[in-house]
Design a protein around this ligand. Structure first.
Ligand SMILES: Cc1cc2nc3c(=O)[nH]c(=O)nc-3n(C[C@H](O)[C@H](O)[C@H](O)COP(=O)(O)OP(=O)(O)OC[C@H]3O[C@@H](n4cnc5c(N)ncnc54)[C@H](O)[C@@H]3O)c2cc1C
Length: 442
């Protein structure tokens, strides 16, 4: 069996790893457009400051990424987040600590008394009977009240999906929350019941010594076969009962193909093979996100926590600021501090598309306005993702179901990437492991 895996982000790499684990005798060929594997997962060293291109870690509340690390023999690379990571802030008109306990929620100035009472009244809100998709805004307003939605859900959606509650599908982006309503009649009821059932420890934020790029390099060493880096695939067509994968260097035939490329690329690669399928995949849009890293050799601010997220109503130009060196100390040299500013998303897409100098200016204005930091950074880093995060719009799951139904017509052709069923690393890895099991019959 010869399988081509196109796209060496975490989705493609984890699929290749689990395929090899089940069938060490199968031939795997990996194609990656960039010179470096990892996709949005990558780390850059700027004068001793380590900046992540994208995510800085994963949560252990779901087991998938941790299992992959262990399965690939990478435990020694793991790094636990500092306890400071528990402390998070929301910027509205100023910085407020995110309440972690019911008493802290009662006293937080983030909501009015009326807003707090409305949130507490969630226990009395009848569950919705139909299963139609809705926006997170509609779900949140219905169950928790508009004040809670516009502060907490707004900031959280910016932090996880670089999106807004008005635009994101609750069913696609927050399926566990929808399940609480469906299975237990409400969120608080469901959380209480689940807590009683919970036996293991809660989730912890984890990363890798030297940044997430270290694990990508390690994972690559655990995937034997031909690795074609710096080799963009141009199209995939049917040939000889299998598929032909075309690159600038020519075509290679294989029995099966896994496409782990972003949806717009996947659509382009499949246009000749199935134009209708390509059109459906192309309907999944992305929003731009920019990451600006700031490194300081001397900074007075304590950076006492994970960082901050802003609300749309605050009208700040940044989505949030991650205090990376407080969470994972090796992200800055001893005595130094590093943070990363997130800009753009669906809230302000045009801001993410500015040139590098303008992005640094926006980031500096952001840390001045939200944190009161006006010290100039000693080093900067900019990574612009023009199509950074897939938009899980209302109806996303129906689009994805349609895509996978059509895919059944092409045995041996597989899709696995963050565009379909989850964007977090844990989701990408789970989908990869499940796909490898389906292909490998394991
Ligand atoms: C700024 C940012 C912050 C994030 N933070 C977190 C976080 O803290 N925690 C978390 O769990 N998740 C986070 N995520 C989400 C998570 O990192 C991604 O969803 C995940 O890494 C996507 O992996 P993927 O393999 O599906 O896609 P990608 O990483 O996009 O990989 C796709 C690969 O396909 C390659 N490719 C494209 N075209 C071709 C072609 N023609 N031929 C061959 N190869 C091609 C690309 O170069 C790329 O390597 C973040 C994402 C971003 C953008």
């Amino acid at each position: 069996m010869h399988i081509a895996i196109i796209g060496a982000g975490i989705s493609g790499l984890a699929t290749a790893f689990y395929l090899h684990r089940q069938h060490p005798d199968w031939r795997l060929t990996l194609y990656e457009a960039e010179d470096q594997a990892g996709g949005t997962m990558g780390t850059v060293d700027v004068e001793g400051f380590l900046f992540e291109h994208g995510g800085n870690g994963f949560l252990t509340s779901k087991p998938d990424t941790l299992d992959l690390v262990k399965d690939a023999g990478g435990e020694d690379l793991l790094m636990e987040s500092n306890d400071a990571a528990r402390i998070r802030y929301i910027y509205t008109d100023r910085l407020h600590r995110l309440p972690e306990t019911p008493p802290a929620f009662l006293t937080t100035p983030l909501l009015s008394w009326r807003g707090k009472l409305r949130t507490a009244a969630e226990v009395f809100v009848a569950p919705r009977r139909d299963r139609d998709d809705e926006t997170l805004k509609s779900f949140g307003d219905r169950r928790l009240g508009a004040e809670f939605t516009d502060v907490f859900l707004n900031a959280m959606t910016a932090g996880i999906y670089a999106s807004t509650p008005e635009q994101i599908s609750v069913n696609a982006a927050f399926p566990l929350v929808v399940d609480l309503e469906r299975s237990y009649g409400g969120l608080f009821r469901g959380m209480l019941r689940k807590k009683k059932k919970q036996t293991g420890p809660g989730g912890k934020l984890m990363s890798f010594t030297g940044g997430v790029g270290t694990f990508i390099d390690h994972l690559m060493t655990r995937i034997p076969g031909d690795h074609h880096l710096g080799t963009p695939v141009t199209r995939v067509v049917k040939e000889d009962g299998g598929y032909a994968v075309h690159t600038a260097a020519g075509a290679t035939t294989c029995d099966q193909v896994v496409l782990s490329t972003p949806a717009h690329t996947t659509a382009r690669l499949l246009r000749e093979l199935d134009s209708h399928l390509a059109m459906q995949i192309d309907a999944i849009e992305y929003s731009p996100v920019a990451v600006v890293g700031l490194g300081y050799r001397h900074l007075d601010h304590p950076l006492d926590g994970f960082g901050l997220l802003t609300t749309a109503a605050s009208r700040r130009q940044v989505l949030g600021v991650l205090w990376d060196s407080s969470v994972f100390p090796d992200r800055a040299p001893p005595g130094c501090k590093a943070m990363r500013v997130m800009i753009g998303g669906q809230r302000n897409p045009e801001l993410a598309l500015q040139d590098k100098d303008a992005l640094v200016d926006t980031a500096l204005r952001g840390v001045r306005e939200t944190m009161g930091v006006s010290t100039p950074p000693d080093v900067t880093f900019v990574k612009r993702w023009d199509r950074g995060i897939p938009n899980y719009k209302v109806g996303h799951l129906a689009v994805v179901d349609g895509v996978f139904k059509k895919l059944d017509r092409h045995p041996g052709l597989h899709l696995n990437a963050n565009a379909y069923r989850g964007i977090a690393l844990n989701d990408c890895v789970r989908n990869a492991r499940e796909l490898a099991a389906r292909i490998g019959g394991g």
